[in-house]
Structure formats: structure tokens, C-alpha cells
Design a protein around this ligand. Structure first.
Ligand code: BGC
Length: 541
């Protein structure tokens, strides 16, 4: 049954599709997506005649969890939550995915467990429990308040008082997500064992959550106020403190390397770290990650393309800088969206989503797509009584980008026969997979064409990257290997743009405008992206 392509280093150029499992497809009528739902849609992703053509899926956490943070609060690292199914369902998914040559990446959450994890329950029970030191416990400060000024990323102090033992425990996120103490070698060993459990089963890799917290200041020193913060104006929150002590501590790289060395025990596995390097120049921070943590088994997520303004110059200068630090055995990870950030289509506008698709799928490395971006799902308005995200302040939060996948025009967009856990977008009858599969000019078709093109082009998958000067509004770059040179031209503006005469271009091989005539090919239409051949003899690069 296992048809998987054995090619070594599959991850170097794999296109990964992130699935937020609660919202993908529900086969149980619970209103929440499940593992069998993912299996049922594998042909959509790859394999069937309508297949999108991705290489791997990353599934946000499916482990046993009270779901305080929807799976990012794990209560058992080696079992599946019944909401999503069973280990048997997961093994079936793995087998079916591999049969279609789709790799499976799980979401590993090492920084914290649920407060319902048996380790934490033991740890919290008495001061002399053998698991006490698996978490960080401290006496109250002299005023009986928290031991230091550290803040939770979500809100309030990072410390929670526990009556039973009269001490506080540390939590970088919700109070229900207690931070593991990675200084304790038993904790590190337990986490490595959990990784091996899934790797033994055949899982191809991990996306590793919130790694910044894996090493903290041993003395738990107070964090300084950010220089721009004025306490007279308002009380401080997470972004008003600098975080030299609660994150990115002195043992961070060593610990990530310990995890990378577990990956290295197996053949052809890879981990992608949710890293947020500090510093004035973030690219330097990323470069440090690559240099310090075995790049043959891991890479840091590069989130900057989510935060950049949608401007050709901004993308060109950032990507030039980033690529200039990439060595041959580094895997760049580009992404334009995930379950923590507002939807791509809402950030840049629907017309630009076609340009963005071409950008993401023509850059070097391992691009990550977020489910639903291939049909242009936008942020969905969430009314106060529909809010589910524990991070959400009224009107905010991450629910808008986590709404159900829009499969067809039937009730609930074909996502569930039950009551969906989050509302479905109002425009689902027009914006859905079935409608877009039937329309050759749709965004979904563009994604399919781009994925097909990428698959067939060694220059796109393995070639070098070099940007070219095409004026203010166009981001242009060459992807080149020994035999082919492609030029990618992306018009970031809503006005037609002339192409520089100096570019000696061959014909348009793929345009984001599906029925574009090749007349007037000296222009890019508004928001248009093109892939062309380049006459290298006329261009010095
Ligand atoms: C995940 C979030 C999660 C947090 C705590 C992250 O960075 O992506 O969704 O809430 O870690 O686990």
C-alpha cells in the first residue's frame, strides 16, 4: 500500500498544506472536523483527478486535550483526542496519505502541557512529588504576588497560584497551559520519547510549537519595560515588556538540536520550528537558527511575509536579504498564512491573492499553504456569542481565520451535517471548492496549475534565486538551474505596468490571468503574475 516516493530530502522543496483539523471536514456530524474527514479529502489534496497536488500536510494538534486552546493544551502526547478519532483512524490516514505520496507532519507542543495532563496533576499535588520539578514552581513574592513580572502571551501574569501547595506555577500562555521545565532532563527525555512514538508509526515530521520558551533564565529575573512604554498612560501588556529572560534562553539551540537528533535517528524526517528570532535584523536571527540547529533535520518558520506590507519593494528587499543567508543545505520556509493570523485574502484583498499564489509557489524551499487560502476564504465575522478562541478579546481573536472549509453550496458549505463549531462564511454558496473546480479561471485552478508547473520545473524547485530590477511596482526574480532559467514577474499594484525593455523575455508560460492573450505581453495587467522563460544570452545574471 505504501507508494511513497522514497526520494531523500523530500522536504527541501515540498509544498505543505496546513490543516486546522476542527475546520476541515466532519464525517461524524459533531460540527467539528475529524481525522476521517481529512482521509476523506485526500484525493482533493492529491491523488484524484481533481487533486490540488501538494506534497505534505501539517495537521494542527490532534492529541488528547481538554481543548482550552484547541489542542495546543496536550493531556496525552501519545494518543488521539476522541473528538478527532482514534489511533486506528490516524494510522489509516497515514497509510492513505502515503499511498498518495503525501507526507504527514504533526504539530508537536513541547513548551507546555494541559493542566489536566497526569504529569501536571502529579506535579501540583505535593511539593515533594517526583514530578514537582517537571514544571516551574516558585514561592510567592514578599507581597504574596507572583514571583516575577513575567507576562502570559495571552493575558495577565505568567504565574498562577495553586492553593494546594501554596506556590505559583509558570504558564507562558493560558493558565490551563502549564510550562514544562526543560531544564529537567527527565522532561527532555519524556518529550523525545513522545516524538519517537509518532516517528515509529511513520510520521514524516513535526511542526514544533512555541519553541522560544524551551530555555528560560535560570534566575527568573524580571523583564525590562520596552523603551516606548509609558506606564502612566496604561498598564503594560505582553508587548510592552522586552523578553530577554522568559524566551530564547541560553540552552535553546542545544535543546532544539536534541530534538533534531531524534529526527536524525530516522530516515528522511524533518521538523519546522515555530521560532520568532529577536533582534533588529530578523534575518540575522533566522541565520543564527540555521547555523545552530542541524539544517539537515530542521528549519525555522519564516513568518515575515505575513507581516510585510503588500508592496513589491518590501518583498523584494526582505526576500533578497533572507535568500542571501541561505546555504545549499538550508531549507527556506515561506508562508503567507496560518491559524494564528488574519486570512491572506482579507489582508491583501481578493485580487492580489492570485499574485500571492504565484509568489508562494515560485520561491525556493518549502512553501506552507493554509487550508482555504486556495479558494480565497476571507476572515469571517464572529459575533460575541460565537467566540471560541480563548485568546479573544471581544471582536478580536483567531476565530475569523479558523472557520469551516467551504466544500460546496450545500448546507454548512458541505463541511458538516451537524452544527458547525464556528460559523461558515456568508459567501460560501459562491466561494467553494465545487464551484471553483468547475471554473477554469478560478483561484483554485490557478493553484493547481502553479503546483503542476512547480512539480515539472527543476528550476523552480531547486534552482537559484536572484531578483531583478523591474521598477517600483513589480517584484521580479529569476529561478535558474543548469538547463532552465525562468523569470517570475509579479505586479503588486492595481494598475497595469510596462515591463522593462531590457528584459529579453520568452513567451508567457503561466499567467495568473487564466485566459490572457499573449498579445500585449510587454505589460503586466493589474495584479498579474507571469512565469516566463528568459533569454539568458541577453541578460547578465
Ligand atoms: C500556536 C498557537 C497556540 C500557542 C500556544 C502557538 O504559537 O500556533 O495557536 O495558541 O502556540 O500553544
Amino acid at each position: 500500500m505504501n507508494q511513497m516516493n522514497k526520494s531523500k530530502n523530500w522536504y527541501r522543496d515540498a509544498v505543505v498544506y496546513q490543516i486546522y483539523p476542527r475546520s476541515f471536514y466532519d464525517t461524524s456530524s459533531s460540527g467539528i472536523g475529524n481525522i476521517n474527514g481529512i482521509t476523506a479529502k485526500l484525493d482533493y489534496l492529491k491523488g484524484g483527478p481533481e487533486g490540488l497536488g501538494i506534497d505534505a500536510i501539517w495537521i494542527s494538534p490532534i492529541f488528547t486535550s481538554p481543548m482550552a486552546d484547541f489542542g495546543y493544551d496536550v493531556a496525552n502526547y501519545t494518543d488521539i483526542d476522541p473528538i478527532f478519532g482514534t489511533i486506528k483512524d490516524f494510522k489509516n490516514l497515514l497509510e492513505q496519505a502515503h499511498a498518495r505520496n503525501i507526507r504527514v507532519i504533526l504539530d508537536f507542543v513541547p513548551n507546555h502541557t494541559s493542566d489536566k495532563h497526569p504529569w501536571f496533576i502529579e506535579s501540583a499535588s505535593t511539593r515533594d512529588n517526583p514530578k514537582r520539578d517537571w514544571y516551574t514552581w516558585r514561592d510567592p513574592a514578599v507581597d504574596n504576588g507572583p514571583p516575577n513580572n513575567w507576562l502570559s502571551y495571552f493575558r495577565g501574569s505568567a504565574w498562577q497560584y495553586s492553593e494546594a501547595t501554596g506556590q505559583y506555577y509558570l504558564h507562558s500562555f493560558l493558565t490551563k497551559q502549564a510550562d514544562l521545565n526543560w531544564d529537567n532532563p527527565e522532561v527532555r527525555e519524556a518529550m523525545k520519547q513522545a516524538m519517537r512514538f509518532w516517528l515509529d508509526m511513520g510520521v514524516d515530521g513535526f511542526r514544533v510549537d512555541a519553541v522560544d520558551g524551551l530555555s528560560k533564565d535560570a534566575e527568573l529575573r524580571d523583564e525590562p519595560l520596552a523603551p516606548y512604554h509609558d506606564p502612566a498612560v496604561r498598564p503594560y501588556n505582553y508587548t510592552d515588556l522586552l523578553h530577554p529572560f522568559s524566551r530564547d534562553g541560553p540552552h535553546l539551540y542545544e535543546r532544539l538540536n536534541e530534538m533534531a537528533s531524534v529526527m536524525a535517528e530516522y530516515d528522511n524526517r524533518f521538523m519546522i520550528n515555530e521560532a520568532h528570532p529577536k533582534g533588529d535584523d530578523i534575518v540575522v536571527g533566522y541565520a543564527e537558527y540555521y547555523a545552530a540547529i542541524d539544517p539537515d533535520n530542521s528549519a525555522p518558520f519564516n513568518f515575515q511575509c505575513i507581516y510585510l506590507p503588500w508592496q513589491a519593494n518590501a518583498f523584494r528587499s526582505y526576500i533578497d536579504h533572507f535568500q542571501s543567508t541561505m546555504l545549499p543545505n538550508y531549507t527556506p520556509i515561506y508562508t503567507l498564512g496560518n491559524h494564528d493570523e488574519p486570512r491572506l485574502a482579507s489582508r491583501i484583498g481578493i485580487p492580489a491573492t492570485r499574485t500571492a499564489a504565484m509568489l508562494l509557489l515560485t520561491l525556493p524551499g518549502m512553501p506552507f499553504m493554509y487550508y482555504g487560502d486556495e479558494i480565497g476564504i476571507e476572515n469571517v465575522a464572529i459575533f460575541p456569542d460565537q467566540v471560541r478562541d480563548p485568546f479573544a478579546e471581544p471582536g478580536k481573536g483567531r476565530d475569523p481565520e479558523r472557520t469551516p472549509m467551504q466544500w460546496d453550496a450545500s448546507a454548512n458549505a458541505g463541511f458538516t451535517n451537524g452544527q458547525p463549531w464556528l460559523p461558515v462564511a456568508a459567501d460560501y454558496a459562491e466561494r467553494n471548492v465545487a464551484v471553483q473546480l468547475a471554473n477554469n479561471a478560478s483561484l483554485l485552478h490557478l493553484y493547481k496549475s502553479l503546483l503542476k508547473f512547480r512539480k515539472s520545473s527543476v528550476a523552480l524547485r531547486e534552482g537559484s534565486y536572484q531578483s531583478i530590477d523591474c521598477g517600483e511596482q513589480i517584484f521580479g526574480y529569476i529561478r535558474k538551474n543548469e538547463s532552465h532559467s525562468l523569470v517570475i514577474l509579479l505586479n503588486f499594484s492595481d494598475q497595469a505596468q510596462p515591463l522593462p525593455e531590457s528584459l529579453q523575455l520568452e513567451e508567457i508560460m503561466l499567467s495568473t490571468i487564466s485566459n490572457r492573450s499573449i498579445q500585449n505581453s510587454a505589460w503586466l495587467e493589474p495584479h498579474e503574475g507571469q512565469i516566463r522563460g528568459l533569454k539568458l544570452s541577453d541578460f547578465n545574471c
